[in-house]
Design a binder for this molecule. Structure first.
Ligand SMILES: [Zn+2]
Ligand SMILES: [Zn+2]
Length: 354
């Protein structure tokens, strides 16, 4: 009996070995086509004319398997822009078929580390992905020069290695890194036009992220469609003013009910320093209900949450995050994850999500 069992186990192991070997052979055979298909993939090329927002980072500094650091791609026609460079943003773009090599300009809302910690990688992927001969324009309030100069300095050896290895034709040294384009933050009630190009107008306005200053939000208008991006802010009347009638309000959200639980848990675990931080962060962010009130006041057609605090690790947490939102805002609400794509085709009133 034992002998028969041994033979059966032996035969099964041979089949498993053959199965593994066959799987490897199949993958080896299919890989060239799959890689080529992925490299040919260009999501932007296939979009209808209009304004589109791809979420390259829906999260915050807290680790989250579904959301990288804050990062939004705004596509106007065929022109690709990025707002904030949270960690992992350029990788999420590549995974979503949006080539970081196509980025024409990047806008920073403020200089908190979670909004700039992916900037070095973003600038590098844009350079090598697009064979650019001029650095990436990085727009931001006064002070952006220090940020961009710092990244350029830190990446100087890497720029040299890549030019030496791949050559100036592939990676022209003149296109490495970024060049800062700074603007003075206008007083409350006023906005500044930061960019006008190809039918797109981008304005910046101040928001309330005290003690962090400067801190701005941006509004993009293109062919009658618009998206307003909050950056990091407590509930802001200035944002409501400049978001008037916007098609899509992309707003940060910190669920105070959930962060209070985290604060208590940290204290219970003897992590008093963390408990203090969880307490402090509640005063310079907007709750989802406050963001919803702003969307209602501004008459926004859709509210999309990003910069979501804390990470929503299980589905019921989304309900807790949104508690009270539907009483405050009558339009559709989306809680973004990495890869969420908003579409506003020109010549329509539609705002769709996939
Ligand atoms: Zn932030
Ligand atoms: Zn911040």
């Amino acid at each position: 009996m034992k002998k028969i069992l041994g033979i059966i186990v032996g035969v099964l192991l041979v089949f498993v070995a053959i199965g593994v070997a066959m799987q490897e052979a199949i993958v080896e055979r299919m890989m060239p086509n799959i890689v080529a298909q992925n490299l040919e993939r260009d999501v932007v090329r296939d979009l209808p004319d209009g304004l589109h927002v791809f979420v390259c980072g829906a999260g915050s500094p807290m680790p989250n398997p579904n959301a990288g650091g804050p990062c939004l791609v705004v596509i106007a026609g065929q022109d690709v822009y990025v707002v904030d460079a949270g960690t992992g943003g350029s990788r999420t773009m590549a995974l979503g078929g949006v080539n970081p090599g196509a980025v024409k300009g990047l806008f920073l809302t403020h200089f908190h580390s979670d909004h700039i910690d992916g900037l070095g990688e973003m600038m590098l992927q844009r350079w090598v992905g697009g064979t650019h001969s001029a650095p990436l324009p990085v727009y931001g309030p006064v002070g952006v020069g220090t940020i961009v100069d710092g990244f350029n300095m830190a990446y100087t050896p890497d720029f040299g290695y890549r030019v030496a290895h791949h050559g100036e034709d592939i990676v022209p040294r003149s296109g490495a890194g970024g060049s800062a384009v700074s603007f003075a933050v206008p007083p409350q009630g006023q906005a500044v036009t930061v960019l006008e190009e190809g039918g797109l107008t981008v304005i910046a306005f101040s928001v309330d992220h005290s003690p962090v200053s400067p801190a701005v939000g941006y509004r993009f208008d293109y062919k009658g469609r618009s998206v307003t991006i909050s950056g990091d802010t407590a509930k802001s009347a200035n944002l409501e003013k400049f978001a008037q009638g916007t098609d899509l309000l992309m707003h940060e959200g910190l669920a105070a009910n959930l962060v209070k639980i985290m604060e208590q848990s940290a204290r219970q675990a003897g992590r008093d320093n963390l408990a203090k931080i969880f307490f402090d962060i509640q005063d310079y962010h907007a709750t989802p209900v406050e963001a919803a009130q702003s969307a209602e006041t501004a008459g926004a057609k859709m509210l999309g949450f990003y910069h979501i605090v804390p990470p929503l690790l299980v589905k019921p947490m989304e309900g807790l995050f949104l508690r009270g939102v539907e009483d405050a805002y009558s339009g559709p609400v989306v809680v973004s994850t990495d890869g969420t794509f908003y579409h506003m085709p020109a010549g329509t009133d539609d705002v769709s999500v996939d």
